[in-house]
Design a protein around this ligand. Structure first.
Ligand code: CIR
Length: 261
């Protein structure tokens, strides 16, 4: 039962940019994005966050920054500090200015420095282990920097080879205390010690991106067969239609930064 003494769960979000049609794309073919629908879907996503107990801190739109709705990539937020990333795509570097201003109110800030590049979508924390995907966006220099920054706080940072998808969290996310949702075609399950797995349905390769919040899991409606697998494990799946965000190679973890405040 929640009480007023418990910490609040805060979700930092940012609306869909008017420029989203010019988003970065790596593994997804470019198709027309309905910006108005994308905005409505993003609002529904925020409502799902609210229903699961989050307070929303909605930043101002960045009309010139095409991918700026995907705030996850700009920072790693832990209880002890926040690390502002240096996104792998040059077009996304300007997104960090407003994120640093917002997170600086809640956490001490550190930063990834050149030549390091890191997207938050490549970072999966499981307990005190922080896995980082070696993707086209995140490099070994950033992993080294993150390792040094987080070792002081008792975290172990571990690079994970990845192939066929954009980010580590396109391939694997946590859906329970010892349970990962994974697509083994993109990342080897053996990289994650002492964990159990739910595999995505083979017909839904992009289904591994789930966002657990409190007792529920926010999950894309586009993956009904994998959703059923999660429900069969007793998980409370809350589906959201994010079709337009998926056309920009995003899903559900990427549209918020979750922190206890
Ligand atoms: C990009 O390529 O950077 C964006 N179009 C999509 C980023 C999605 N981010 C995420 O899943 N963490």
């Amino acid at each position: 039962m929640s009480t007023n003494q418990e910490s609040t769960r805060l979700a930092v979000t940012r609306p869909v940019s008017a420029a989203m049609a010019a988003c970065e794309l790596t593994h997804v073919p470019r198709t027309a994005i309905d910006i108005d629908l994308a905005r409505r879907q993003h609002e529904d996503y925020e409502q799902a966050l609210i229903r699961l107990g989050c307070r929303i801190e909605r930043l101002a739109e960045e009309p010139a920054l095409a991918d700026s709705v995907f705030v996850e990539d700009t920072a790693i937020v832990l209880d002890e500090l926040a690390v502002i990333t240096r996104p792998g795509a040059q077009s996304r570097r300007a997104e960090i200015t407003s994120i640093a201003a917002a997170l600086g109110k809640h956490r001490r800030l550190e930063r990834i420095q050149a030549p390091g590049t890191l997207d938050g979508g490549d970072v999966l924390r499981v307990g005190r282990t922080v896995y980082v995907g070696l993707s086209t966006r995140s490099n070994a220099a950033a992993i080294g920097q993150l390792g040094a920054l987080l070792a002081r706080h008792g975290y172990r940072v571990q690079g994970v080879p990845l192939g066929g998808c954009l980010h580590l969290k396109s391939a694997v996310t946590q859906v329970g205390p010892q349970l990962l949702l994974i697509n083994p075609a993109y990342v080897e399950p053996a990289r994650f010690a002492d964990m159990q797995f739910v595999q995505v349905d083979p017909g839904e390769p992009l289904a591994a991106n789930a966002l657990p919040i409190g007792d529920g899991i926010i999950y894309p409606a586009s993956n009904p067969r994998t959703a059923q697998r999660l429900r069969q494990r007793g998980l409370a799946v809350h589906t959201v239609d994010v079709s337009e965000l998926e056309k920009a190679e995003g899903a559900v973890t990427c549209c918020s930064l979750i922190l206890s405040a």
